[in-house]
Ligand binder design. Structure first.
Ligand SMILES: [Zn+2]
Length: 300
């Protein structure tokens, strides 16, 4: 694998969406027993600690978008993430897609999660990632609510065509998401543009299934853009090959578990080849630089 050149000013961000495995979108509607939930919670805690060790071993800081309920159930874990120098952002209160809310109930959910995380770490939460990248056209009002709740940035708009999420025509680099009354700086997950299509190479199957060269090609394109930002995303459960599999339909099961056995080595390869930074530091740099970002309306 190529190594990031010393003169490459690009900012790469490794982000982790911290949730228990049974909360994934593919498992919505499944009956999960309290015993299984508690077992998945224990595995989430253990795997997140392993990730913290892996990051510490190479001196890398990352951004962790944490489900608010986890601040209540596992305060020690959330404190450990923060104490290690990583950014703690919000991944909603209990991992519901934005579609399930009205602007009013979304506001309550956001503030509940933000307050719980801030209470545990004693530091402000600046960033948000919606479960399943569910800030899309029909939930574009979320931009106004995020801005009103004091978030500095969001990372929930995936500029791809996908069955569950995405705004394919949204900018691929950092942009200003414009709502009806508010706006917020958006850090979209990494895409690789080829043959007129944006491939979602930031994580998921492109991390676990395909050769890493797809992700690297996306990072290469991001490095040539201005500002040069490449946002990757991972989940603790993707690094836990021993976990019991949820009883998902066949295709969903394959999509969920493919490649889980090789992710730790793949992450190690990425961590040794690129320098990663916390999302909030990248956001602050963008603001300081005064660079004019594209504006993109989600309310129209
Ligand atoms: Zn999630």
């Amino acid at each position: 694998m190529t190594t990031q050149q010393a003169n490459d000013p690009a900012s790469y961000i490794a982000s982790f969406d911290v949730e228990e495995h049974y909360r994934i979108e593919a498992a919505v509607g499944l009956e999960v027993t309290p015993e299984a939930k508690s077992a998945y919670a224990g595995r989430m805690e253990k795997t997140t600690h392993q990730l913290l060790d892996q990051l510490a071993a190479v001196g890398t800081t990352a951004t962790f978008y944490v489900v608010g309920e986890i601040a209540r159930s596992h305060p020690t874990l959330v404190r450990a993430i923060h104490t290690a120098g990583h950014e703690v952002g919000s991944h909603s209160w209990d991992h519901q897609r934005v579609h399930r809310f009205t602007p009013e109930t979304f506001r309550d959910d956001l503030l509940r999660s933000k307050d719980a995380l801030e209470h545990v770490t004693g530091s402000p939460v600046y960033g948000f990632r919606a479960p399943t990248f569910s800030v899309v056209r029909e939930t574009g009002w979320a931009v106004d609510v995020l801005a009103a709740c004091g978030f500095e940035y969001d990372s929930s708009v995936f500029p791809v065509r996908h069955d569950r999420y995405g705004i394919p025509e949204a900018p691929r680099g950092p942009f200003v998401a414009v709502g009806k009354v508010g706006e917020i700086l958006e850090l979209p997950p990494l895409t690789y543009r080829v043959a007129g299509l944006n491939l979602p190479v930031a994580g998921g199957g492109y991390f676990r299934l395909f050769p890493l060269c797809m992700m690297r090609a996306g990072l290469g394109q991001a490095a040539r853009a201005r500002p040069a930002v490449g946002m990757l995303y991972f989940h603790p459960w993707e690094f836990d090959p021993g976990q019991p599999h949820l009883p998902l339909p066949r295709l969903a099961r394959w999509r969920t578990y493919v490649g889980v056995g090789r992710t730790t080595t793949r992450l190690a390869a990425l961590l040794s080849a690129y320098r990663f930074r916390r999302a909030i530091d990248v956001v602050r740099d963008i603001r300081r630089s005064g660079v004019e970002l594209p504006r993109f309306s989600l309310s129209g």
